[in-house]
Design a protein around this ligand. Structure first.
Ligand code: AMP
Length: 191
């Protein structure tokens, strides 16, 4: 049985940390598009140079660019028995790209790690990452509501969306996530 997970959450929801733990727990690769892009920026590749400007402004990298990166990554041997995608798909166009490349059955479960806007804003202001200017934070949260909320709305009627309260200690939230994901995977759609 494969485990293919999308994990959604506003920037600052603690998604990265939880995704690392979840991937380890389920024995699947953690594929973070943000990490891949930051890697490209650090290496100074052509993609990195283009992406940096957008990332610094809190804007999204175009869907076509993301599609290439993700399709290539998911084709690697370690991703054949499942994966955890962290930060993708972020737009309906990216959902369509998944469907186009992987077929209609392209994911097992979408997990929404929910932390209210006020709390993530506070957290992001205090973590001091280089791309965390006040303007970029505002822009990312705005785009999340605009572009990513419709993605969640896409999975809901397919019975492939679970929402987990992301407020609490790291361990508390992790336990909640595992419980909800295990229950959803044990009772797949149509079973
Ligand atoms: P993250 O670490 O997921 O918050 O991503 C950091 C930045 O990388 C985002 O603010 C975007 O500029 C870019 N990025 C990451 N994933 C995507 C994606 N799926 N689509 C477009 N841009 C992305």
């Amino acid at each position: 049985m494969s485990t293919r997970l999308f994990v959604f959450g506003r920037q600052g929801a603690g998604k990265g940390t939880q995704c690392v733990r979840l991937a380890q727990h389920y024995g699947i690769p953690h594929i973070s598009t943000g990490d891949m892009l930051r890697g490209a920026v650090a290496e100074g590749t052509e993609l990195g140079l283009k992406a940096k400007v957008l990332m610094d402004a809190g804007d999204l990298v175009p869907d076509e660019v993301m599609e290439g990166i993700v399709v290539e990554r998911l084709a690697k041997p370690d991703a054949q028995a499942g994966w955890l995608l962290d930060g993708y798909p972020r737009t309906l166009g990216q959902v369509e790209a998944m469907e186009r490349n992987l077929g209609e059955d392209f994911v097992d479960l979408a997990v929404n790690l929910d932390v209210p806007v006020e709390i993530v804003t506070e957290r992001m202001m205090s973590r001091g990452r280089e791309d965390d200017t006040e303007e970029a934070i505002r822009r990312r949260l705005e785009l999340y509501e605009e572009q990513t909320a419709p993605v969640l709305a896409f999975f809901e009627p397919r019975d492939q969306l679970v929402t987990v309260d992301g407020v609490g200690t790291e361990d508390e939230v992790f336990e909640r996530l595992v419980k909800v994901i295990d229950a959803a995977l044990a009772d797949p759609v149509g079973a």
